[in-house]
Design a protein around this ligand. Sequence first.
Ligand code: NI
Length: 167
Amino acid sequence: MAIMPVVKMDNPVLHQKAKKVRKIDGSIQKLIDDMIDTMHDIEGVGLAAPQVGVPLQVVVIQMPDEEDVITLINPEIVKTSEESEEMTEGCLSLPGYRGDVKRFTSITVKARDREGKPIRIKGEGLMAQALQHEVDHVNGIVFVDHLESMDKLEKTEAEDEEESGSI
Ligand code: NI
């Protein structure tokens, strides 16, 4: 078990497109395991490899109250709903802040799982939001990039910081 430090918003790794994983070997399996440990430690809903300083297209997501962790390698959005809605969002790389971001209400992502098998995941609601947030991360986009200005960021109260900084 290894918990990795989560990089903060000023780190350039969060603002560049991550590289595609070419070969899913032992080092990628270890990265996935460490990312899962880190996500559990900080009680996050999802984590992308750039957030632990690794510029690779690897994402882990676990919905609250679900046992299964979804691992997405080289994820790509293949389909979105026509509808979108403003959703309040925070990021583990920007603790203490949140903002309203327009997200598709439903989305389909294709990727490879940790065994390298091609998978498609369809998500709605929080899952759709988490998928869009994490696919953004591997493309060097953070949620504040979607805000009109940094003035739209809200500071969260100490007691709900955990909840707001969850993706
Ligand atoms: Ni994030």
